[in-house]
Design a binder for this molecule. Structure first.
Ligand code: SAH
Length: 364
C-alpha cells in the first residue's frame, strides 16, 4: 500500500520527462514544418498555416490552431511541444521601462532577455548562448564560462514569450544579451530570418541588430552573404594594445584584421556598421583614446556608440559624468556620428554586460 503513491509519483515524473523531451515547434521554418507535416501525410499548405499560428498568432496551445484539423492537432501534440523555453522569473513590473526575463531551457540551463522601453521604441535584447566563451574582462556573462549554444527555437522563443508580456509590440531586437552571436552564427541568422519573415513576426531587417565582439571570419561571411540586419561590432579600445588589455579575443583577431573585415562589410553593404565603445575609467576614457579613435575611423563609414561602463563589482569602474562628457566633447570633430548609450536597467542588473545567471538568484 505504502508503495502506491511512490509509483504514481514516478509515473507522473516519467510522463513529465517524456513531455519535456518532446521537440519544440518554435524555431522551425516553413520548409521544416512542411517536412514534419508530411510525416502525417498532410499537404504542404498546412506548413504555412502552422507557421502563421506559431509566429503570427503566437498561440500557446494546439487547441487554438483553428484551421488545423483536430486529428492532426492531436497527432502533433503527442510528439511536439509549441515552446522550447519556460519563463520562470520576471524582474520589474508591467509598465516599468526595463524588465528582465529569466527562462529555463528543456535541458535545465537558464538564460535572460531584457525588454526596454524608450518612447515608442520597445527593444528586446536576446541571448544567443548560455554563458560565453569569449572572456571579455569587463563583462559579467564571461564569469559563467561557456555552457552551450542556444537553438533557433530557444532564441526565437525569447521573442515570442516576451512579446506576450509587453504592453505594446516589440519594435526592435538586439542580439546583445548573453553570448557571442557570431560563435553561434547559423542559428542566430536563422532566428533573425524568422523574426523578419513577412508571414510571421514581420520585424523589419533594420530593426534587428546583431552585435559581435569581432569574429572576423564571420564578419566577412556575413558581408558576403549580404544579410540586411544591422551589424554592431564591439571595438572597446582605440588601438590593438588597448583592445588586448580587456579583450583576449583581440589576440586571435587583431585590430588590423578587424578593420579589414569592417572595410569588407562596408564594401558590400549600403548601411554603416555601428562600433560600440565601452567607456571604462582610466582604461578607455582618455582624450588620447578619443583622438586615436578619430584617426582610426576617419575614412570609414560607421557610427560610434559610446557605452558608459555598467559596473559589475569587479575591477573596472564607470567614469564620472564629467569625464564621459569630455570624452564625447573630444569627439566633436569626428567625421562619423557619435551616440551615447545610457544603459537602462542597471538597477536590476539588466544593463549591457550585466547579464549573468547567479545561482543565488536562480534558487530563489
Ligand atoms: N558578445 C557580443 C554581444 C554581447 S555584449 C559583443 O561583444 O558585441 C553587448 C555589448 O555590451 C558589447 O558592446 C559589450 O562590449 C558591451 N558590454 C559588455 N559588458 C559591459 C558592461 N559591463 N558595461 C557596458 N557595456 C558592456
Amino acid at each position: 500500500m505504502s508503495c502506491a503513491p511512490i509509483k504514481d509519483n514516478r509515473n507522473s515524473l516519467l510522463m513529465q520527462a517524456s513531455l519535456e523531451s518532446k521537440i519544440a515547434l518554435v524555431g522551425l521554418n516553413r520548409r521544416e514544418l512542411e517536412t514534419i507535416l508530411s510525416e502525417f501525410s498532410e499537404p504542404s499548405f498546412r506548413g504555412q498555416q502552422l507557421f502563421k499560428w506559431l509566429y503570427r498568432s503566437r498561440v500557446d496551445s494546439f487547441e487554438d490552431m483553428g484551421n488545423i484539423p483536430s486529428v492532426l492537432r492531436k497527432n502533433l501534440e503527442e510528439k511536439y511541444n509549441i515552446h522550447s523555453l519556460k519563463l520562470i522569473h520576471v524582474t520589474g513590473s508591467t509598465g516599468e521601462s526595463t524588465r528582465k526575463f529569466l527562462f529555463e531551457l528543456q535541458s535545465g540551463e537558464k538564460v535572460e532577455s531584457v525588454l526596454m522601453k524608450e518612447g515608442k521604441r520597445i527593444t528586446l535584447c536576446v541571448s544567443s548562448q548560455v554563458g560565453c566563451a569569449v572572456d571579455c574582462d569587463f563583462c559579467a556573462t564571461s564569469s559563467m564560462g561557456f555552457q552551450k549554444n542556444l537553438s533557433v527555437g530557444e532564441i526565437i522563443d525569447q521573442f515570442l514569450q516576451v512579446s506576450k508580456e509587453s504592453i505594446s509590440p516589440i519594435t526592435n531586437v538586439v542580439f546583445m544579451g548573453m553570448g557571442e552571436p557570431f560563435l553561434n552564427y547559423d542559428r542566430v541568422i536563422a532566428a533573425a530570418d524568422l523574426m523578419n519573415d513577412e508571414n510571421g513576426i514581420k520585424l523589419g531587417a533594420k530593426r534587428i541588430t546583431i552585435s559581435t565582439v569581432g569574429i572576423t571570419p564571420k564578419i566577412n561571411r556575413y558581408a558576403d552573404e549580404k544579410h540586411r540586419y544591422k551589424l554592431a561590432i564591439s571595438l572597446n579600445g582605440s588601438s590593438q594594445e588597448s583592445r588586448l588589455q580587456t579583450m583576449p579575443i583581440a589576440k586571435k583577431y587583431p585590430l588590423d584584421e578587424l578593420l579589414a573585415a569592417i572595410d569588407h562589410f562596408s564594401s558590400r553593404s549600403r548601411h554603416p556598421v555601428t562600433l560600440e565603445y565601452v567607456l571604462m575609467a582610466e582604461v578607455t576614457d582618455s582624450k588620447e583614446d578619443a583622438e586615436k579613435l578619430m584617426t582610426l575611423l576617419s575614412k570609414r563609414r560607421c557610427k560610434l556608440n559610446v557605452i558608459p561602463y555598467n559596473e559589475i563589482g569587479g575591477k573596472y569602474k564607470r567614469p564620472e559624468d564629467h569625464v564621459i562628457e569630455s570624452f564625447i566633447a573630444a569627439l566633436d570633430k569626428a567625421s562619423f556620428p557619435v551616440t551615447v548609450r545610457w544603459s537602462k536597467g542597471t538597477d536590476i542588473a539588466a544593463g549591457c554586460g550585466q547579464l549573468a545567471i547567479m545561482e543565488s538568484f536562480v534558487n530563489k
